[in-house]
Structures are given as structure tokens and as C-alpha cells.
Design a protein around this ligand. Sequence first.
Ligand SMILES: Nc1nc2c(ncn2[C@@H]2O[C@H](COP(=O)(O)OP(=O)(O)OP(=O)(O)O)[C@@H](O)[C@H]2O)c(=O)[nH]1
Ligand SMILES: [Mg+2]
Length: 606
Amino acid sequence: MTQDKIRNIAIIAHVDHGKTTLVDQMLKQGGVYRANQVVADRVMDSGDLERERGITILAKNTAVHYKGYKINIVDTPGHADFSGEVERILKMVDGVLLLVDAAEGPMPQTRFVLQKALELGHKVIVVVNKIDRPDARVHEVMDEVLELLLDLNATEEQFDSPTLFCSARRGTAAYGPDDEGTDLTPLFDTIIQYIDPPKGDPAGPLQLLVSSIDYNEFVGRIGIGRIERGSIHPNEDVVVSDYHDHDMHERARIVALYEFTGLGRDAVPVASAGEIVAFSGISDITIGRTLCAPDTIEPLPFVKISDPTIEMTFSVNDSPFAGREGKFVTSRNLRDRLERELLKDVSLHVKEMGTDAFNVAGRGEMHLSILIETMRREGYEFQVSTPHVLTKTVDGKLCEPIERMVADVPEASVGAVIDKISQRKGELSSMTPVGSRMRLEFLIPTRGLFGYRNEFLTDTRGEGIMASVLDSYAPMKGEIPRRQTGSLVAFETGESCAYGLGGVQDRGSLFIGPGVEVYAGMVVGACNRNEDMAVNVCKRKQLTNMRAAGSDDAIRLSPPRVLSLEQCLEYLADDELLEVTPQSLRIRKRILDHAQRMRTVMKAKQ
Ligand SMILES: Nc1nc2c(ncn2[C@@H]2O[C@H](COP(=O)(O)OP(=O)(O)OP(=O)(O)O)[C@@H](O)[C@H]2O)c(=O)[nH]1
Ligand SMILES: [Mg+2]
């Protein structure tokens, strides 16, 4: 395929604005499926966790053919924690579709991804999506997008970006804000007319920047990137080089070469400048490396990915129940797994601390919790600490990350939200009515947002929408209280029973029910008071002649509050750890021994 018949685009937006749904329809209407073929909704969200949570985590490539053109499409994640993915794949494309929800309008992540696209000089097609929503505000949202473009110093050309009006769910696009459209033809036509074909001399020496990594059991690691110059074919010898590491010069051989099509990849005999390809054969290929022709080694610079904002410790599980449930439990297992993750996730940082612990830094709680969940499903067992923000010293002052947070809430809950946010050292920067709701914008320390989401949902009765993205660094804002309650801590090792639980349930809320194995020092609930309390949940009723042991019939237990992984992470105090195994999540005190823990608490108080 000649270059002028290729278009490379990425679809970017805030979370849930409909990127993956639009890709579905582009595939359908791009003739990827056989007639009547049954395909899942949001087919690009192929990972287990992606399907479960209904979000995209990893960027993915696909392609459709339209009127003799090939459109390579990259679907990207919209959640701010995965914006590292978006930042690097933007290097692969020449233009973007910026999706904006017709009711929600531009949100924090819309701003972030648009800014990155503008910085790279990409052409932008604005897509106001979900125009079928009954609460759509198409005209207002259009103005908001223009305002955003102005705000981000878009060039005149970018400011005049074409705007389309879509319903990704129905598979329609229209040129006018009041038209419904019948199919995606206007979208396809705009892409081929407005987005530039890729540049780069197909006859020159090879240059290919690896922007993404995939893995396949049979062929091993697969590199993905766009050919900037020259061409490439299977069994070709290349040199792997790195712009940021001059010592990196490694001869290697490409084994297989693929182009993307619809739901899969096709092996191809050759591909040239402008194409996005996947290749296998280089077992240690990583993101940011450039494949070059052996006689012209000219590595390409790699975009600098924004720094991580939070960190936590991953360590070998040393609880009394260690090694019972996991398949991979040693520090070596843990190290190998984390190193493997680093190869494909450039926004993750890992530092070894001593022999059995690793400091893992990422872009947010979700970024790290997805990693934890993935590892536990693979059979890993380990323990993690509470997350901390990463500070930076700017001009001799200690600074912390500040997020721009937007909350879209019913008018009745405005007071409660502002109140909570200011307790957490956030500042209100704007307040605008949007229909019958209010849009509040805050600047708040990342720290202040830890554990806030649940409170927010309670305060807005589940009707609020909130989103945040890193904005800047500012001098430390002082202490922010993390949690108002202490923990109920198991006093002895054994099995919980109704009688024991019944005796402590009015002290707080329990995380476990009867018949659960516990150990001394394990957290079994949240205490009503602002201090920890040792409780005996294994205590059995004294035997009498009248009743058999274990018949706890008179006791009514409220159902336990079973915490999800995210809730556990939010709950953790500094002196606690979360034990993660394929089957269980247990919160524990760092110091298990009761007396020793009390002594430490006493000492800290003095
Ligand atoms: N009413 C309406 N809903 C839509 C439309 N497009 C997408 N949705 C819904 O919006 C939700 C999110 O859609 P996705 O396609 O997963 O959004 P996304 O942008 O890929 O989300 P992330 O990848 O997690 O950032 C789903 O429930 C879709 O069914 C649309 O045109 N109209
Ligand atoms: Mg998606």
C-alpha cells in the first residue's frame, strides 16, 4: 500500500466518552466482520480486567479499509492513571479523533490528552459523541471544546479543526450539530481528507521506533511501532539502538512481521514507511528502542513520559499464613515479575529496597491496583503498603503533586462536596451550572484524594461524577487526616465464630464473617473509635450441659463488609499492610505481636 493511502489515527478522550464503542462501529462499518458474524460489544477491550470493569487499560491497534485507504486506528485508555499509554502511542499516529461526551463536555483527561496531541502538532478531528443522550448539550459542548483549544494555545489550524456529531452506540456521524446522520461515512471521509498521510522516505535506511510491546506464548515478545523511514521484512538483520543510551547497539533479526487488520494481525512479506507494524524475533525488545538498518544507525528520540505520582511497597508475604495460597511467593518471583512489567509499562518505576521489598511507583491508585490484581490472578502472593505521594524539590522547596479535579454533582450536594474537599486541602477554582447540576473545579493535593471517592459517592447519593488528572506541583499543604477510625485487630490465631464476632460487632464494622481463619495481628474490622482495639473473634461460648458446642443460635450477625482491593488500599493505615494472595485479601498490622505493637504506639505518643 502506498503511503498516501494510509492514515494513522488515535482515538483519545476522557474515560467512558465512548472510544471503544466508536471503534466497534468503525470495524463493523469498515467491513471487518463477515455478514451476521456475532461479536462482543467493545471488542477491543479484550483483557479480563478490561471486560470486567468496562474500561480500557492498554492501548490497542486495529485497522479498517475504506474506499481504498487503510486507516490504522489506536484505541486508547481514558482513565488518567493510564495516560502514560496514551502519551507514548501518540508518537505512532499523525492525527487524533478527540471524543467529547455531548452531556459531560470536556473533562480533565480530555484536556490532558488534547494537550499532548497538540504538542506533537497532530491534526485533531473533534467528535461530539453520544448525541443520542437525552441530556445532550451539543451546542454548549461545542463551545466548551473551542474554549479548551484556546486555553491550550492551539494553532490557528488546530483551532479550525473539523467537528463531527456522533452516536457511537448507533454508529452514526453527521456534519451538523442538529443532524442525526445515518452511518459513519462523514467520519471516514473526514479522516481521509483531513488527516495527513504519514511521511518518511520508503527508500531510505530503516528506522522504526518501538512504541508498544505485546507478548505471545508462542513467539515471545512482540514489538509494535511505526516505520519512520525505509522498509522492513521478515528475516531481516537490524540493529537495535537507543537515542537515550548511546551504548545500546545490538544486532538482531526480525522473525515475523505483521500488519494490523480488524480483530487480528496478518503476516506480511514487507512493510514500508508510514505503516504501523508488529514484529517478533527480538526477545528483549523494549519500548523506546529504535530498529535501524545496520549501516545507518540513527535512533529516534522517545517522548519523555510524565513522572509517577504515587508509590507503594511490594514485599514478600511474611504473615503467618504466607505461602499457603500463592504459586509465586519468593522475592525472586516478585522481582522477575515486576521487571517484566517494566518492559511494557514505561510509566511504572521499580526500585529494590533491601532483599525482600520493592518500591513501586505509578501514576495513581488505579494504575497500581490493576497491577496488583493482575499479579494476584497470575498466582502471585505478596503484601503491599499504603500508597504515598511522591514529592519533588522545586527551587529548594518540598512540593507535592496537585490534581485538577472536576466534580459534576446535583445542586443539593454542592455544600457537602466543597466542605469535604476543603478539609482535604483542596481549593475551589470554579463553579458553573450545567443544566440542573453544578460543575465544580478544584485544585487538590493528590494526597487529599486518597480514599475520597467513596465519600464522594455517598455525599452525592451515587449521582456525582468526579475525575482528576495531575496538574502541577506545589509546596506541601500540611497534614491531611487520612482516616478517622481505628482497626479491630484479632487478638489470637484461630477460626472466627459467631459467638466471638457477636461480642465485638457493636464496636465497629466487621470485615469477616464466621468460619474465617485469622491470625493474631490481623485486622478484622474498622473500629468506631479513633484507635485500634484488640478483639477476640475466635472466642467460643463456654460449654454447658444444656447446649452443644458451636451452636451459636441466638446470635444475629450483620453481614460483614467485604472490601474490594481498592477499598482495602484506601483503608490501609501507615502501620498496616495488605496481604494479597490469589484467594484472599487480608489487612494486617505491620507489627503482629500485640504487646510489642502497644509499646510502639506508646513510644510514638511520647
Ligand atoms: N448513549 C450513548 N452511550 C454511549 C455512546 N457511546 C458509548 N456509550 C456508552 O458509554 C459507555 C462507555 O463506552 P466505552 O466505549 O467503553 O468508552 P471508552 O471511552 O472506551 O472508555 P475507556 O476506554 O474506559 O476510557 C458504555 O456504556 C457505552 O455503551 C453513545 O453514542 N451514546
Ligand atoms: Mg475504551
